[in-house]
Each structure stands twice: as C-alpha cells, then as structure tokens.
Design a protein around this ligand. Sequence first.
Ligand code: GTP
Ligand code: ZN
Length: 203
Amino acid sequence: MSVTFVASSKLPTRWGTFTMHGFLEQDTGKEHVVLTMGDVADGKPVLGRLHSECLTGDALFSLRCDCGFQLEAALQAIAEEGRGALLYLRQEGRGIGLMNKIRAYHLQDGGADTVEANEQLGFGADQRDYAICQPILEHLGITSLKLLTNNPRKVKALEGYGLKVTERLPLEFGLNPHNSKYLATKAGKLGHMLGEMHQAEAE
Ligand SMILES: Nc1nc2c(ncn2[C@@H]2O[C@H](COP(=O)(O)OP(=O)(O)OP(=O)(O)O)[C@@H](O)[C@H]2O)c(=O)[nH]1
Ligand SMILES: [Zn+2]
C-alpha cells in the first residue's frame, strides 16, 4: 500500500501548535492527516494515536460514541508530553463509510447493537485496515510507539507491520447514557479493553 506525502503546515489548536502532514493514499485517493508535535524521528518511542475518522463524534458533537472525547484527550496528552503523533485515518464507520454508518445507526435506533447492525447490512463488524500506517510512520521516521488505545487489534496490526509498540496506554473517556450500550458491545464483542469506564458505570 503506498502513500504520497503532500505537504506540512502548522496547525494551532486549543492544546498547542501541531505540525499537520498531508498524505494521499494512492489506490483509493483517501486524504490522511497526521498531527505531530516535537521531534518524533529521534528513535525513542513516540506517544501515538491511530484515530479512525468519525465525522459524527469528531466534528458534530455526537454522544453516540466515544470518538470525539478520545480525539481531544489524545491531542491533550500529546501536547502535555510535548511530543507525539496522531494519525487521523479516513476509515469512517470502521471502514463502511459515512452513509452506511447512518444506515447502521438507523438499525441501532431499532434495537440492533453496533455489530449486529453492520452484519445486517452485509459488512464485517470491523472492516478497518491499518496497512497505510506503515508507510506514513516510515515517512515520519517513527519506528516505535506508546499507543493510546483500548483496541488490541491496533497493537497487533502495527506489530504485524514491523513497528514496535512499547506500551498500550488506555484512552477511556466520554462514557454517557447515549453510548454506554455501544461501549459495552465494544468490550463484549470487539475485544476492547474498557475496564476503568465499566467500573465507573457500575459505581
Ligand atoms: N459501523 C459503525 N462504526 C462506528 C460506530 N460508532 C463509531 N464508529 C466508528 O468506529 C471507529 C472508531 O475509531 P477509533 O476510536 O479509532 O477506534 P476504536 O476501535 O474505538 O479503538 P480505540 O483506539 O480504543 O478508540 C470510527 O471509524 C467511527 O466512525 C457504529 O455504531 N457503527
Ligand atoms: Zn465515533
């Protein structure tokens, strides 16, 4: 899988000024974005986040999922550390695309869980592919990561591409009444490690 690096610029945010890097995925024309802070090419493990696009959570303030909360927390953590990288991957709806995610939400409004909804539409529970991370990280000079995630599939995928994941750091934010079933399904059916949040819910 190949990507072309397009350009870098500054991106000032609420948490500090990041460098924004644009990458074009050759086969699909998808436009991926990476925000970095500090020197990420010095060979030391980089605080990293692979964030899959969620227009509803990241940009439209949705409470149906935890994506927007995780995005903010990851940028904040990177800014606090003064060094890190967030890969904003254009694989909306776990890879099924925005229109199909809205179809899936419609089924979820009728009682299906997030996995059942995907399956009723003829998709796998999670259609994401992290192969594109390898050339992007290589371009940035990143070889090892401290990964902010609750999703063991992301750790396995990176290790499969020859990257080192020295640590997995939990990213448990945004539990609310609208996403508690969604998060329980993530933990129960998709293997996410969400210990702290479920404990908080039980209390
Ligand atoms: N199909 C589908 N996709 C969803 C639903 N809710 C959120 N998503 C998508 O799920 C993905 C979540 O991405 P991430 O937050 O990077 O990954 P994750 O698997 O939750 O793992 P973490 O690293 O622990 O956050 C995004 O692409 C969202 O658009 C849903 O109900 N159905
Ligand atoms: Zn989301």
